[in-house]
Design a protein around this ligand. Sequence first.
Ligand SMILES: Nc1ncnc2c1ncn2[C@@H]1O[C@H](COP(=O)(O)OP(=O)(O)O)[C@@H](O)[C@H]1O
Ligand SMILES: [Mg+2]
Length: 318
Amino acid sequence: MTAHDYEASVLFKQNYSSGAHVVVNQGGTSSGKTYAIVQVLFCLAGEAENQVITVVGQDIPNLKAGALRDALSIYNKSARLKNLIKNYNKTDRIFEFHNGSVIEFKSYANPQDAKSGKRDYLFINEANGIEWNIYTELALRTKTRIFIDYNPNYEFWVHNNLIGKPGVELIISDHRHNPFLEQNIRDKIENIKDADTELWKVYARGITGKINGLIFNNWYICDDIPVDAKLIAAGLDFGFTNDETGCIEVYTQNGELWVDELLYETGLTNKDIANKLIEAGLNKNTEIIADSAEPKSIEELKRLGWHIKGAKKRSRQH
Ligand SMILES: Nc1ncnc2c1ncn2[C@@H]1O[C@H](COP(=O)(O)OP(=O)(O)O)[C@@H](O)[C@H]1O
Ligand SMILES: [Mg+2]
């Protein structure tokens, strides 16, 4: 496996050729950070025997939606890579190479848990979801190189403890560095500017923001809503061309909120929305709290028999 086997972005080249001990990839959304780093890891595993590579996410669902998803898509696209890999163990999430190298995808519950095992390379995916104490235990047991990626919503341990120190390289990227992205996704990222320049700086330019608290970070993806969770209401946000129409059911259980995504799609008329909600199993008696910017749409859905009203809007404070 070499760099030439991939369609690679400039981020791949920078990460692949870095000689730093810690390579920090700060960036906007969809700049190709995770994809590039995973490509580099596949190269490193294929090039040398018996390499141990650990990819860490805050939990398994986040890994499945992040680094592991990218890894499987790279693996499935590359016949060359398939020849080098003996087996992908789905249960333990380990790629086993014929040359003895392995790439494992893991999450750690606490610093003690992170003391197990040693490795040659470490990749911390979406590092703002990982505690500093877990990072240090993993970093201590990493011989050659550490890759880190994240969206810089706010300053955290990478900024306070790593960037600027010897042996740490910082690469900042945004969607303009990713040649593989569709135009509509680019437009959407740039359009954030109309709504919120602080968010735009973070997500479109990869500049460290101060949006801690405005965006929830303390959430996890799960397989099921607990059976004893109580449904509060549904939330509906209208979009059309550039933005998706989104609808979620919100439950509470055990003092926590549980959210089920029913719908997230562009190009839907109000009739389409009604049909999709029926398909998704939303009960017409469930109260829907909708984006109050579209009173006409709300009225139309009401006339189609939905129990819907506009949300009371609060403006966001910076
Ligand atoms: N080298 C590549 N080849 C093909 N598609 C790519 C490549 N790099 C990125 N992409 C596409 O761009 C999307 C966003 O990249 P990703 O690495 O997930 O962004 P980030 O981690 O910076 O948010 C990926 O899901 C993939 O579809
Ligand atoms: Mg990513």
